[in-house]
Design a protein around this ligand. Structure first.
Ligand SMILES: O=C(O)CCC(=O)C(=O)O
Ligand SMILES: [Fe+2]
Length: 328
């Protein structure tokens, strides 16, 4: 390990075997928690996500692939996420993030139910877009080389079928156990950044391949919860031309409220008050992302909207998860 004082050790130390899916999460770097929510509930959330998408009153027709174009969609990132228009604070997004089976999984990981949740994106990926080529792999980790051990467990609340041809999370099993060695032996610490995002070049990936690692697509059903260590190398895999499934997922990560520094809580409060997105992380690395409502040609988006169409019910539990209200 690099002998620099800037190294930050992760707060999660799982000692011994649990005899359940947490062991796989730690050894493989990911796990699928089956039916964390019921498939009926997953279908409901997917419908709400589709209703939200159609609320912009464009020519979008979910049954007509020729209408699946940027022109008919609210502003979407190149990786198919929606982060603007207050979407991460829509009532259905909060309802999904507060699903008992989802929160419970993270409570088991962290050994507490006093958690914070991330304000993260909705991803709706259409297969066979006529106006957008399939995105190439973008292998990355969501944790800075300066951080060691487990800091963040990421989550996908999966709302659509993810089989061999469909869009889903791609990842390298066991890469979580090797990324730190990679940084220490294959990179110059002077190149490390504090940012909790580090991509890998093809040449860098060859080092992992030589260690026998290969990528897999995570298969999942609606209602499954996909969990992975932020040190696991991954990317969002797009549907192949043989898929006709509209990938629909909500990103959600939780970590203990006690780990959040006052500045992180301040940032969360600001983001919550302004219905803004932050990052994949819940308790730190809180970057308040301002609304970015310019169309590709640089002109303002006329469909601009900065608040949810349906506000969440501000229960005590929601406010605690949001970091708006302390647990005690
Ligand atoms: O869409 C995905 O499956 C993965 C996106 C991603 O890289 C992330 O959520 O950290
Ligand atoms: Fe990521």
């Amino acid at each position: 390990m690099a002998t620099t004082t800037a190294i930050i050790q992760g707060p999660l130390t799982l000692r011994g075997q649990h005899g359940d899916w947490r062991d796989d999460l730690m050894s493989q770097g990911y796990v699928v928690v089956k039916q964390a929510i019921s498939s009926e509930k997953a279908q409901y959330y997917q419908q709400k996500a589709f209703d939200w998408l159609k609320s912009f009153d464009t020519g979008l027709d979910l049954n007509d692939p020729s209408t699946w174009t940027a022109e008919n969609l609210p502003i979407q990132s190149s990786i198919n996420t929606f982060t603007n228009y207050g979407v991460s604070h829509e009532k259905f997004m909060w309802e999904a993030r507060m699903e008992p089976g989802v929160v419970e999984a993270f409570s088991r990981i962290w050994g507490t139910d006093q958690l914070l949740v991330s304000f993260d994106a909705l991803n709706i990926t259409f297969p066979n877009r006529v106006d957008k080529p399939i995105q190439k792999p973008w292998p990355h980790v969501d944790q800075s080389p300066f951080r060691r051990g487990v800091h963040c467990i990421q989550g996908i609340i999966n709302l659509s079928h993810a089989g061999a041809e469909d869009g889903s999370l791609m990842l390298y099993p066991r890469s979580n156990t090797l990324t730190e060695t990679f940084f220490d032996t294959q990179t110059d610490p002077s190149t490390w950044e504090k940012k909790d995002y580090r991509t890998f070049t093809e040449k860098e990936m060859a080092w992992f391949h030589a260690k026998g690692l290969q990528p897999i697509k995570v298969h999942a059903e609606p209602g499954d919860l996909i969990l992975w260590d932020s040190r696991t190398i991954h990317w969002g895999g797009e549907p192949s031309p043989d898929s006709n499934t509209i990938r629909t997922v909500i990103y959600a990560s939780y970590s203990p409220a006690r780990l959040a520094a006052p500045e992180a809580l301040e940032a969360k409060k600001e983001a919550f008050a302004r219905s803004l997105n932050t990052t994949h992380w819940a308790h730190e690395n809180i970057v308040v992302r301002p609304q970015f409502l310019l169309l590709p040609d640089g002109t303002p988006d006329p469909r601009s909207r900065s608040k949810p169409i349906e506000d969440p019910i501000l229960s005590e539990r929601l406010l605690q998860l949001a970091g708006m209200k302390p647990y005690e």
